[in-house]
Ligand binder design. Sequence first.
Ligand code: SF4
Ligand code: SF4
Length: 67
Amino acid sequence: MGKIAIDRERCKGCQLCLITCPKKMIRLAEDFNDKGFHFVLFENSGECTGCTMCGQICPDMAIEVFK
Ligand code: SF4
Ligand code: SF4
């Protein structure tokens, strides 16, 4: 089991992590961050494996993965 922490102020809403997560645990927020981008949220349904794929794909290093 794993979990992630998303730094919403680093996120630019590119959605690469959202597309990459095999468990579909990341979604786009309706709100904006201080830079005016939609950020993404972690929907923890307990299925995160800590695979780190979301953190690896993020070009802005906005995701930290915990196992
Ligand atoms: S670590 Fe893996 S399972 Fe967990 S949110 Fe990221 S991509 Fe999804
Ligand atoms: S890959 Fe990074 S910048 Fe892109 S939506 Fe996910 S957290 Fe935000």
